[in-house]
Design a protein around this ligand. Sequence first.
Ligand code: UTP
Length: 297
Amino acid sequence: MQNTVKKAIFPVAGLGTRFLPATKSIPKEIMTLVDRPLIQYAVDEAHAAGIEEFIFVTSRGKGALEDHFDRAPELEATLERKGKTGLLEALRSTNLDSGAIATVRQRQALGLGHAVWCARHLIGDEPFAVLLPDDVIAADTPCLRQMAEAHAETGGNMMAAMEVAPDQASSYGILDVPLGMSPTLPVTGMVEKPAPGTQPSNLAVIGRYILTPRVMHHLGEIAPGAGGEIQLTDAIAREIEVTGNVYGYRFRGERFDCGSKAGFLRATLAFGLARDDLGDALEDYMYQLIAQRRAAE
Ligand code: UTP
């Protein structure tokens, strides 16, 4: 794979209000699915796509996110002394090299687009990926890698897209794309949260992007959109108008919306069931719980 995308932005400066009070003192992105924090799923996915520079856009109280990828010498020494090699390996797999992570601060939560724009000086004149850690994607080939492979053919800008039921479309940005089965589709327009029945397709944008520096430039120029926030989709919409060099990528895999409680619970069950060491016992327990609920009805 000829991957030209080496930098990824992880916007992690949001307030995470949907998980209050949990997120009063811990970042949403450090919440764990089984035993790994959400941010780690995103960083591992980026790594698998050939990303070498990991840029976190952070805010007050998000220090745990950086610490998670740092060395933990005391912990490592203890595990080594006790011969706990499996745990030691799991711990070391979280270490990122010195200089691989950079952080920039978003001083106020002015929206996803603004968060991405905060990283402009670290991106410079290169294409870059954006991964939203609260979208967790289970896939045989990690989603960003699938996109990077497709992007090596198309260049330009790319957004991960998935099919949604018609009654769900009004919760997403929906792509205007030609009908077809190809995974890579040229985008001619995009509608943010369309009114029921007006969606141009059933393809919704989710939190994985590969973008050109031009989109960063648009972010610096556009006015705040919905909710007074600077929207990433507005900057991409401008790029559709100006160059038309924007693609939707229908990835293979299942996406979990871990920014919502229902999505987070589903992901916890799915990832738990998929684990060799936990799956069978969890499945038994789920059957037992369901039987108890049915009996009580
Ligand atoms: P969300 O839309 O889920 O917002 O952001 P949020 O603040 O995290 O959560 P709620 O809606 O209050 O519960 C999607 C991603 O964009 C980041 C978030 O950290 C999350 O990873 N984000 C959002 C920022 O970095 N800055 C912002 O101003 C807004």
